[in-house]
Design a protein around this ligand. Structure first.
Ligand code: GDP
Length: 235
């Protein structure tokens, strides 16, 4: 991707619409919902602000526990689609009491199991730490749930810039081997990873998709626009 020719913004509008510490207090869903989950400090707020191209719309949790609610953000994409980004409270913060951690988990679980508009979960894991027990528990819950329709999941390894260029691809491949799932790498410092994640989100939601390429000519050459898999993915 050329630096002199950045991609046009993905988002034309993004606004906070509601926050609640109990799922029942949330307003009824307006659009398809994309929820972001991960341990405290994984980089969730920074990632959401990067995707929304806003500096401080999603509050960062530099004060541990300050985002102990589910927050909804209405998003309008460049092509006019509407969706809702959902900020789930970060889990696993060691200094919190057992009761507080239980409350958090219940809130996250409540949202994941009770919200019918939830279409996609973006599960965040620090690329240097890999998947930990609480990440697995969360995903098991949603995979095994019979109370709702299956939810698409995108696995994202955050803070990719903390690794050197050669370590990045290796780390993503290792995560893929360990988990048998595809991974997307992300960093607030690497704008190309923002575009890759946006494309994945829109593809999974089946919105704002580019028109299907024309069938190739019969001379056997690859269709125009066919590109190799970009860096930052381990599909
Ligand atoms: P949250 O608790 O998951 O919402 O995490 P934050 O977005 O508040 O980020 C936690 C810390 O990680 C902050 O100090 C951020 O500046 C830092 N951080 C977030 N994203 C990145 C990233 O992509 N790369 C690096 N190096 N640091 C990041």
């Amino acid at each position: 991707m050329s630096r002199s020719n950045p991609p046009p913004p993905r988002v034309i509008d993004a606004q906070f619409t509601a926050g609640a510490s109990r799922v029942e207090q949330l307003p009824p869903p307006q659009h398809l919902e994309v929820a972001f989950a991960g341990r405290s400090n994984v980089g969730k707020s920074s990632l959401m602000n990067s995707l929304l191209q806003r500096r401080k719309l999603v509050r960062t949790s530099s004060t541990p526990g300050c985002t102990r609610q589910v927050s909804l953000f209405d998003v309008t994409t460049r092509l006019g689609s509407r969706l809702t980004f959902v900020d789930l409270p970060g889990y696993g913060y060691a200094k919190r009491s057992k009761d507080e951690r239980k409350e958090w988990i219940e809130l996250i679980h409540g949202y994941l199991l009770q919200r019918p508009a939830l279409a996609l979960l973006v599960a965040l894991v620090d690329v240097r730490r890999g998947i930990q027990e609480e990440d697995e528990q969360l995903l098991d819950l949603i995979r095994q749930s019979r109370s709702r329709a299956p939810v698409e999941i995108i696995w994202v390894a955050t803070k990719l810039d903390e690794l050197s260029g050669s370590e990045r691809k290796l780390a993503l491949v290792k995560l893929k081997e360990q988990t048998q799932r595809p991974w997307v790498g992300f960093s607030i410092e690497l704008p190309e990873t923002h575009e890759i994640l946006w494309r994945q989100i829109l593809k999974r939601l089946e919105i704002d998709q580019p028109p299907a390429p024309k069938p190739p000519e019969s001379d056997g050459t690859a269709p125009e626009g066919t590109a190799p898999e970009p860096e930052g993915t381990a599909p």
